[in-house]
Ligand binder design. Structure first.
Ligand code: PAF
Length: 290
């Protein structure tokens, strides 16, 4: 695996791959890699060669008072994991390379970026869209792989790609969970002792939704009530939001006749976690994927 630290080198490698008519796959990450990231790498390897994994803790997507300074940085373990996985390139640019002095441009996907995660984390999606557009320009991927845990991020990036006529096709991959249901996240490393157990409340609230839908419940308000009551019963867990939104626009759902997401965000101690379930009508039944 080649480790690339400069934009010019990465662009040259991508240009060479394009010239050889190879299919470039990009897995954008902020490092602190876990099985969720590696599942994206495996998916990328099914369709693409070379596979490029970017590792960049993007300062522009952290608000003041968020965890930029303490965000886990585990480069040696990440390098080893990517090497073992057979990744072709790790693109690991320093912050000054991505945002040199005088950098002034940002990308805002209006409307979608202000709701839900965007309301709790103002400016977050502007930072995400800006860095992902830069990564797309540098790596020129045919396909880019993202996890479904960040469903709103994926929708915003799809909208950006469509609005700006980007070539990269987004591939959304399943959520990977611990044995007790906790969705894998680099931020799980912050959870201490009891918090780790309490953090399963997010998964349990989505499971409650799945059970209710399986039992025939179709009323959005009652489903939200079931989600919220699991969260309220969990010690040390402060619910930020529980919502059911349509999958196309992330507007509050009025029923379950179209594909929806049940979304949940909460603080466990000082750690902010998100999770979701995909709700899809299938003939007379409804499939819920947690
Ligand atoms: O999902 C993430 O890890 C980040 O938001 C991303 C897409 C790598 C952009 O920094």
């Amino acid at each position: 695996m080649e480790i690339v630290r400069t934009i010019s080198w990465m662009k040259q490698a991508a240009r060479d791959a394009r010239r050889q008519e190879r299919v470039i796959g990009l897995v954008p990450t902020m490092g602190a890699l876990h099985e969720g990231h590696l599942s994206l790498v495996r998916e990328a390897q099914k369709q693409c060669s070379p596979v490029i994994v970017s590792i960049f803790v993007n300062p522009k997507q952290f608000g003041p008072g968020e965890d930029l300074a303490k965000y886990p940085r585990t480069f040696e373990a990440d390098r080893q994991a990517l090497e073992n996985a057979g990744v072709d390139y790790a693109f690991v640019p320093p912050a000054e390379e991505m945002y040199p002095a005088g950098f002034r441009t940002s990308v805002t996907v209006e409307g979608l970026s202000e709701r839900l995660e965007g309301r709790s984390r103002p400016g977050h999606f502007r930072g995400v869209a800006t860095v992902v557009l830069k990564l797309f320009e540098i790596v020129q991927p045919h396909f880019a792989f993202f996890g479904r845990k960040d469903a709103q991020q994926a929708l915003i990036l799809r909208q950006m790609a469509s609005d700006l006529n980007l070539d990269a096709q987004m591939v959304l991959c399943p959520i990977i969970r611990e044995a007790d249901g906790l969705a894998l996240s680099s931020r799980n490393a912050y959870l201490k002792g009891e918090e780790r157990r309490a953090a399963t409340a997010l998964y349990r609230s989505l499971e409650a939704t799945r059970r209710e839908i399986g039992a025939g419940e179709r009323d959005v308000a009652r489903l939200l009530g079931a989600m919220r009551s699991v969260m309220e019963a969990a010690p040390g867990v402060a619910l930020d939001y529980a919502e059911i939104v349509d999958a196309d626009r992330f507007e509050p759902a009025v029923g379950l006749r179209k594909a929806c997401y049940a979304l949940i965000a909460a603080r466990v101690g000082t750690t902010r976690l998100i999770d979701n379930a995909l709700i899809e009508p299938e003939g007379d039944t409804i499939r819920v994927t947690v």
